[in-house]
Design a binder for this molecule. Structure first.
Ligand SMILES: NC(=O)c1ccc[n+]([C@@H]2O[C@H](COP(=O)([O-])OP(=O)(O)OC[C@H]3O[C@@H](n4cnc5c(N)ncnc54)[C@H](OP(=O)(O)O)[C@@H]3O)[C@@H](O)[C@H]2O)c1
Length: 352
């Protein structure tokens, strides 16, 4: 016999375990890393947190909408074996057939309007599931709407992985540092430009540096959004709108990419003990305004922002309580991003 407790269910004889059905939308790098992490953490979630789960829904562009009410085997999912799954016609049918208690949205970023991820997350909340995303698009385009909808449905909209992978930036200020006022921040938050500038510093041309970043798997086949600072601007908007009650749009960020930076500028900086980074920044202004910028900056080598290399990133917050709070993320991997989703899942089910 199974009976429901707050969106989960408890099996007789396992009174302390609450079981949840999970639906994963987007099954690329992050979706797969999340399933691998779930597999690795299954016993720990049961033993330490009393949380059990089954993955009952999975979707991607190529797979379509698949549901398996008795749960997919995680190892089979990772091997690409979706046998015995039921084909659903759309997100709502997939959520219904999978009886999802939580949906994890890991589809590609659409910086222009956040779609269709926003629609997927809205559907999840409307159908009574927690909505958890690794995608910046919905945070930038629908943070307030989805947060309000989640509150009305007694569910959570959480997105820790969207900026700086799984580093707990949003939950830090939400949970551990309530009533702190963030006055501004500065950060190096885009790996691709970091790698390109470093390659150029070592003597490569801009084009060779881009190719090198692609070969390392850091830059996408079309790295334009990174090079032009769009990805960084999206992160700035996500951070300001969530952490500083901003109402910025991507075009409100004063933005300059790294295309204009020359080898001569990089050499000249090195000769005076300085370096160039693509710096993201935001600052509170009078009358509730926030100014936000993405631009290449020449930094002293002892500046904490100058000390991140490769895919590492850093952010320095200025708050009314801690004048300088610096968070550095060294060499994140996909498991870091997957961990953000897992942490959000535990936050959601433990608070509802
Ligand atoms: N990779 C990272 O380190 C990282 C870190 C933090 C945040 N993120 C964010 O996490 C998300 C996923 O990144 P990723 O690296 O996993 O990307 P990815 O490998 O390209 O995977 C994207 C997945 O989304 C699916 N998808 C795309 N559009 C869809 C749609 N309209 N409906 C249903 N499924 C759709 C794709 O399906 P097909 O495979 O069938 O095309 C694919 O399975 C992105 O928003 C990214 O910005 C990534």
């Amino acid at each position: 016999m199974t009976f429901t407790i707050m969106g989960g269910s408890t099996q007789q004889g396992e009174a302390a375990i609450r079981n949840y059905n999970l639906c994963i939308v987007g099954f690329g790098n992050v979706g797969k890393a999340f399933v691998a992490l779930l597999d690795r953490k299954t016993q720990e979630l049961r033993n330490r947190y009393g949380v059990g789960f089954r993955v009952t829904g999975i979707a991607s562009r190529r797979l379509g909408w698949l549901a398996k009410p008795d749960g997919f085997e995680l190892q089979k999912l990772l091997a690409g074996d979706f046998a015995d799954a039921v084909n659903a016609s759309d997100i709502r049918e997939c959520l219904r057939l999978s009886a999802a208690d939580a949906m994890f949205e890991t589809t590609s970023l659409n910086a222009a309007n956040g779609k269709p991820a926003v629609d997927y997350l809205r559907a999840a909340l409307e159908m009574g599931a927690h909505a958890i995303s690794a995608n910046k698009g919905p945070v930038v385009h629908a943070y307030q709407e989805l947060t309000d909808l989640a509150a009305a449905r007694h569910r959570r909209f959480l997105f820790e992985s969207a900026v700086m992978d799984g580093v707990p930036i949003f939950s830090l200020f939400r949970e551990a540092m309530p009533a702190v006022e963030i006055r501004g921040f500065r950060g190096v938050l885009n790996s691709t430009t970091n790698v390109i500038l470093e390659c150029m510093e070592s003597g490569m041309s801009f084009d060779d540096a881009v190719r090198q970043a692609q070969e390392l798997g850091v830059a996408e086949s079309d790295p334009t959004d990174d090079i032009e600072g769009v990805d960084a601007a999206v992160k700035v908007v996500a951070l300001t709108n969530v952490l500083m009650e901003g109402k910025l749009k991507i075009d409100d960020v004063r933005r300059q990419g790294i295309r204009g930076i020359t080898a001569a500028q990089l050499r000249s900086a090195r000769s005076t003990g300085e370096t160039w980074k693509l710096v993201c920044s935001a600052k509170r202004k009078p009358y509730g305004l926030i100014s936000a910028t993405v631009q290449p900056e020449r930094l002293k080598l002892d500046d904490p922002l100058a000390q991140v290399h490769g895919t590492s990133s850093v952010i320095r917050f200025e708050t009314d309580i801690l004048p300088q709070l610096i968070i550095t993320e060294q060499n994140p991997g996909l498991e870091t991003t997957a961990y953000g989703l897992l942490a959000d899942f535990l936050t959601a089910v433990r608070s509802s």
